[in-house]
Design a protein around this ligand. Structure first.
Ligand code: ADP
Ligand code: ZN
Ligand code: ZN
Length: 747
């Protein structure tokens, strides 16, 4: 039981690092917890503050430290909850409490919220008409103009009246004093979805959808709070299910958070929620300023809105009575924060739900291995949607062996079969999507004749090419293993062994040369850089302004294009050989999602998967759309290699401008880890230190250590031990040490 408490007196002024330490009196030690509101002596006054940390270390003069007076009963609940959540995040992901608080609490904007003024009639319309006649007779044109407008439209914005209609403020004031109009003043919280009209008819759920909804709502009403995993094939109507669940909790006066990857947070998606729930819905996204985000959180706190949609950070919406958290496309890597604290939204959502009596619903066509593993172990409750809505068929998938194409002399990126189908679609006026996974451009080396990929003998991940010419080496980013680049394929002896290179631009050229009559759109980092570029391309394609859309993974994320009947994956292996143990999982997900884009309308679709490795299980199972078969193989691999989710893994990064300092710090850390390993009874496997996948970023050198162990909690304890070791150790003066639990994106 901790002896001291760090307390923040004012949490909303952005001075989160201004904490004060107090002693916890004996009588409070068993009840006090992070997040609680307490009364403390502050100078000569008594004030209230939140407990943000409990500790045994006195950071103040022992004899001057004051005692907490009492725990405030019925303190502001939502703040307490969010602080407690921050405490959990700090504990489980590392970093400082300050980092964690900044993540969960919005910073108040200095600027005062804008006051919005509108003008309304204060008279009955009949009286107003008399007044209008009077004004016209007296040639009071400004007054007459305003009255005409207000007789047509009940309410007008101040700006519209004063600027567009040129009615001066003094005229309005005079009319207000005469009791003709009323000026309504309210604080305007900027609403990013304002301007959308609710409407549209509601879909009747099919039997499968209804079963899922009934199961969750019945358990909810019975007071059970679980985490559900909805595994629903692409086009099975998951969003309709989410909306039904939301309606259920809203009807009980609760609120809902819906997490959607930013890339899928399009007008189309928001519109569907807005049609159903109207102005109770709001969104946040990364384009909002800190102030706008704060506004949205205020609206949530005040009960103005009840449904928040957004990416990862929407999870921290301070709803007072949260009933449900939905995470769509739960397998997406973007749910893991890439900045400190490196939290995972899924785990954090489950923790928040626990604290607030809410349920969590995860949804995906291709659940993450983590979630499916938990479902298998009865930690999550698995629910399935096995069919597309309205009995639409799953697309027909074919695998094309690119080695075969090369043998037949076709060296183009378009196989003969794909070209043939594209030709056919152009004739029929149907649309095609071509997808290239650029993530894999990290320089893996493969043989184009036999498909062999050079891998690390110790880690079973592909090696990456470094340097050029005679100095070319192949390096493993997990263990540091290094070898020379072979001139001939070690398996078949072919000279076609090299790093694979093909970008979207190159593909566009090839496609245009092959099909000069086709209208082609390209979506990648370049074409989406301009404002709304992404939305523009999507809507142009959706309006059938193009026949072919070429793009990176951006185009496969959850968009509904009924006109698409052909999807081509140009080189499925590209994502297979990224130096990451999740490569197969990523590949399976991408292929399944890409295939899911075909045939969402009434015409069934075709999918062509081109690959140099047609027998790889992630490709064959994606062709069959057989998740269970994929999972079965992949989980065996994870077990064998001791990777998550069967094991847990901690990355530790040492970064410094001084390479020697970074190395020295990493080596010392490894020494400390070895010591902890020897003292611990559980099996812990540290690996490294070695260079990080990106060994240097803007002149900062990066060394990594990986630690694998069975229990997550063991890693948390290890991290605590290392943090204590680092603190006040001169070796780490100029070295930043970062922790990442079960990393998703690597460092
Ligand atoms: P998913 O998210 O599972 O891919 P969506 O929720 O986007 O699927 O649904 C796919 C399409 O089917 C959408 O256009 C949606 O409006 C429609 N849809 C969903 N449920 C039904 C239903 N019960 N009846 C008719 N159409 C439906
Ligand atoms: Zn070969
Ligand atoms: Zn290795």
């Amino acid at each position: 039981m901790a002896e001291y408490a760090n307390i923040i007196v004012d949490i909303y002024q952005g001075k989160l690092d201004k904490t004060f330490q107090y002693r916890v009196p004996e009588r409070l030690r068993s009840t006090i917890a992070v997040g609680m509101l307490v009364a403390v002596p502050f100078g000569s006054r008594k004030m209230q503050g939140y407990v943000i940390e409990l500790t045994d270390v006195c950071e103040y003069e022992e004899d001057k430290i004051k005692e907490i007076l009492s725990i405030v009963k019925g303190g502001v609940l939502i703040e307490s909850q969010m602080i407690a959540l921050a405490g959990w995040m700090r504990e489980n992901y590392g970093g400082t409490m300050n980092h964690a608080l900044k993540t969960v609490l919005p910073v108040k904007e200095k600027k005062k919220a804008k006051e919005q003024k509108t003008i309304r009639l204060a008279l009955h319309p009949v009286e107003a008409k008399n007044e209008l006649a009077e004004c016209e007779r007296k040639h009071k044109t400004a007054r007459a103009k305003l009255l005409v407008a207000l007789l047509e439209q009940r309410e007008l914005e101040w700006e519209t009246v004063t600027q567009q209609m040129s009615v001066s403020a003094s005229v309005i004031r005079a009319m207000e004093e005469a009791g003709i109009v009323k000026v309504v003043r309210k604080t305007a919280y900027r609403n990013p979805v304002g301007g959308l009209d609710p409407g549209g008819e509601q879909k009747k759920l099919n039997e499968e959808q209804q079963n899922v909804v009934s199961k969750i709502t019945m358990e909810y009403d019975a007071g059970e709070r679980k985490t559900y995993l909805i595994k629903g094939v692409t086009g099975s109507g998951k969003t309709e299910v989410y909306m039904e669940l939301i309606a259920h909790v809203l009807a009980q006066g609760k609120q809902a958070i819906v997490l959607i990857p930013e890339i899928a947070l399009t007008y189309q998606t928001v519109r569907r929620f807005y049609n159903r729930f109207g102005a109770q819905v709001s969104i946040i996204n990364s384009k909002l300023s800190a102030g706008e985000r704060y506004d949205q959180f205020e609206r949530a706190k005040n009960g103005e809105i009840s449904v928040m949609i957004g990416p990862r950070s929407a999870l921290f919406t301070p709803f007072p009575a949260l009933g449900i958290i939905i995470i769509d496309e739960e397998h997406e890597a973007s749910y893991k924060s890439e900045t400190v604290p490196r939290y995972h939204a899924r785990e954090t959502a489950i923790q928040r739900a626990k604290m607030t009596d809410a349920v969590v619903v995860l949804g995906s066509a291709t659940p993450s291995l983590e979630s499916y593993y938990k479902a298998e172990n009865d930690e999550y409750c698995l629910l399935e949607l096995k069919h597309r809505v309205q009995k639409r068929p799953m697309p027909l998938c074919e695998i094309i062996d690119l080695r075969e194409e090369l043998r037949r002399g076709n060296r183009s990126i378009l196989s003969d079969r794909l070209s043939e189908l594209m030709e056919d679609r152009l004739k029929k006026g149907e649309q095609t999507m071509l997808f290239i996974n650029r993530r894999g451009m990290a320089g893996f080396v493969s043989c184009r004749a036999c498909g062999h990929v050079i891998k690390c003998p110790h880690c079973d991940v592909s090696l990456s090419q470094h340097g050029s010419g005679a100095a070319t080496r192949l390096v493993c980013h997990y263990c540091g293993y290094t070898t020379i680049q072979p001139g001939l394929c070690p398996v078949c002896g072919s000279k076609y062994i090299s790093g694979f290179k093909a970008g979207t631009q190159k593909i566009e050229q090839v496609v245009k040369a092959r099909f000069p009559q086709a209208r082609v759109l390209r979506m990648d980092m370049d074409t989406t850089r301009i404002k709304d570029g992404y939305e523009q391309i999507l809507s142009a394609f959706s309006n059938h302004e193009a026949d072919i859309l070429i793009g990176t993974q951006m185009i496969v994320k959850g968009h509904d294009f009924p006109g698409v009947t052909l999807v081509g994956v140009l080189a499925a292996d590209l994502s297979l050989y990224i130096s990451d143990y999740r490569a197969s999982e990523r590949t399976f997900q991408l292929l399944t999602q890409a295939a899911g884009r075909a045939g969402r309308g009434d015409i069934p679709g075709n999918v062509i998967i081109q690959t140099y490795d047609p027998d790889h299980y992630s490709i064959t199972t994606a062709k069959e759309q057989n998740y269970e078969a994929f999972y079965g193989q992949e989980i065996e691999y994870r077990k064998m290699m001791r990777y998550p989710p069967v094991w847990n893994m901690l990355y530790i990064l040492c970064a410094s401008k001084n390479e020697a300092a970074a190395s020295e710090a990493a080596v010392a850390l490894m020494g400390k880890i070895d010591q902890i390993v020897r003292e611990n009874s559980e099996k812990i496997f540290p690996i490294g230190p070695s260079d990080a996948p990106v060994a240097k970023i803007s002149d900062v050198y990066r060394k990594v250590i990986y630690v694998k162990t069975r229990e997550y909690q063991t890693l948390v304890i290890l991290k605590d031990g290392l943090e204590a070791f680092i603190k006040d150790n001169r070796l780490y003066q100029n070295v930043a040490v970062g922790f990442d639990f079960n990393p998703v994106n690597g460092f």
